[in-house]
Design a protein around this ligand. Structure first.
Ligand SMILES: NC(=O)c1ccc[n+]([C@@H]2O[C@H](COP(=O)([O-])OP(=O)(O)OC[C@H]3O[C@@H](n4cnc5c(N)ncnc54)[C@H](O)[C@@H]3O)[C@@H](O)[C@H]2O)c1
Length: 438
């Protein structure tokens, strides 16, 4: 600190002193003396600059997410004629009336299942995913390999990359976007809030900006979440219930997404359908979700934390099997009307919808553990704990009558049968520490 205080504060000051020595009675020794002094001052000044840069704090994740000029997008390799050829081939529908769908978050749990179902029935599908390391990226790579075998190419990139999205629409006139890319997880929001702003808000807006300006505009189906019901206690949750009391930042970003969707529908005529998924589970699932890490920990003989609410209240979830969710997504895509805008301008009213996609039969988490114990043939070491206030809610239960009516949505898999399929996949995938692709 001492030499910071004694050093000149601006380069101008050094210059001023230097010139005053030049223009006073100059003797040779005096001139040498002033040159030496100037050199010392210059070094001190440079040292000061160095210290300043070394000590300045790195921008926080929130700042960098909020400020586009500072937001760091990893450098992904895309472009070139071979790349465009792959993009076109993947997005080509088998028949002329097939959909051409851009699936964001395609290497994710739901994205992989939806992409593969669309491809199987003959639609053209192109995926995009940034393969972030929120959970083990090797699982995302294994899903990518699975999709590649069915003819789905996943472009590696971020939905915040406007140039990349524009390029994709230039190469393929997508009729639909299935937007599943997001920062998921309720508790992680306290650890890394910036990642939720980056993907769920900035990324969504970037995607909508591109979609509104292309011709023809695609219809967009996107994943909201049951978490928007937050502290709502009226059950079962209906789309008409209040959603203005989110219990986590994750929920707040999903709710923000619903409002943002309203805006782009209202101003630009984009056709937008939001799907509020209720705790999706199944093969190729997400390792950060309870059914997944309970399985891992039970097999390892590790204690698992089972939460209960105040006064020994039951914590329960409306667990929904992945195949049912996929049917709901396809139903939403098939019933989505065309967007009405062109040239970035609205030409008429466009469709705006929000649906619950749940199972309508909540199961206590302790019952989930009992089913896993039976399937794994291992007794769990249960540690009953109070539900912490970090974003989780006590109870979720979907009213699905609207989706039933409009999308023909009808879940058919109960928790016991769905977990059986999950456990079979899990044991196969992680057998002998090897990742066998089913
Ligand atoms: N699984 C559930 O129970 C559940 C419940 C409610 C809502 N949702 C929503 O459904 C969607 C899919 O969820 P999931 O369970 O498949 O999650 P997931 O994390 O497995 O999939 C999301 C994918 O998006 C990718 N991604 C994230 N940010 C991105 C970005 N900026 N650019 C490009 N790719 C990005 C990730 O790498 C990941 O592969 C998400 O929007 C999620 O919020 C899921």
């Amino acid at each position: 600190m001492l030499h910071i205080d004694s050093a000149p504060s601006t380069p101008g000051k050094v210059k001023m002193e230097k010139s005053s020595y030049f223009f006073t009675r100059g003797g040779g020794a005096r001139w040498h003396y002033s040159l030496a002094k100037l050199t010392v001052w210059s070094f001190a000044f440079l040292a000061l600059i160095l210290i300043f840069f070394l000590r300045s704090p790195a921008p926080s994740t929130i700042t960098s997410a909020a400020d586009p000029s500072r937001r760091s997008l990893r450098n992904y390799n895309w472009g070139g004629s071979a790349w465009e050829k792959r993009v076109r081939a993947s997005a080509r529908a088998r028949s002329s009336n097939g959909l051409t769908v851009l699936v964001t978050g395609a290497a994710g749990f739901v994205g992989t299942h939806v992409s593969s179902a669309l491809k199987r029935r003959g639609d053209g599908v192109l995926g995009i995913d940034n393969f972030n390391d929120y959970y083990d990226p090797s699982l995302k790579r294994a899903r990518q390999a699975l999709l590649e075998r069915t003819g789905v190419f996943i472009v590696e990139g971020d939905i915040n990359d406007e140039a990349l999205l524009r390029k994709l629409f230039e190469v393929v006139p997508f009729t639909h976007v299935m937007h599943l890319a997001a920062q998921a997880g309720v508790r992680y929001a306290m650890e890394n809030p910036g990642s939720y702003v980056h993907s769920n808000i900035a990324g969504f807006v970037n995607l909508l900006e591109v979609c509104k300006s292309v011709n023809p505009q695609p219809a967009i189906v996107w994943a909201s979440s049951s978490s928007v019901y937050g502290l709502n206690t009226k059950v079962p949750f209906s789309e008409k219930d209040r959603t203005d009391q989110p219990a986590s930042l994750y929920a707040a970003t999903k709710k923000a997404g619903e409002e943002i969707a309203h805006t782009y529908n209202h101003i630009y005529g984009l056709s937008l359908t939001g799907l509020r998924f209720f705790t999706v589970y199944g093969p190729w699932g997400r390792p950060d979700m309870a059914y997944f890490f309970f399985t891992k920990d039970i097999l390892k003989g590790k204690q698992i934390a089972i939460f209960e609410a105040a006064n020994h209240g039951t914590v329960a979830r409306d667990f929904t099997y992945i195949d049912d969710i996929v049917k709901g997504c396809l139903g939403a895509l098939d019933t989505a009307e065309k967007s009405t805008g062109s040239g970035g301008k609205k030409r008429g009213p466009a469709q705006l919808r929000v649906f619950n996609l749940g199972n309508t039969s909540p199961v206590p988490v302790s019952e989930l553990v009992s089913i896993l114990e039976r399937l794994l043939k291992v007794k769990a070491k249960r540690n009953i704990m109070k539900l912490p206030r970090n974003g989780d809610v006590q109870y979720t239960h979907a009213n699905i009558s609207y989706a039933q009516r409009e999308l023909g949505y009808k879940p058919t898999t109960d928790l016991q049968s769905g977990l059986k399929k999950f456990v079979r996949w899990y044991l196969n995938y992680y057998s002998d520490g090897k990742k066998a692709v089913e």
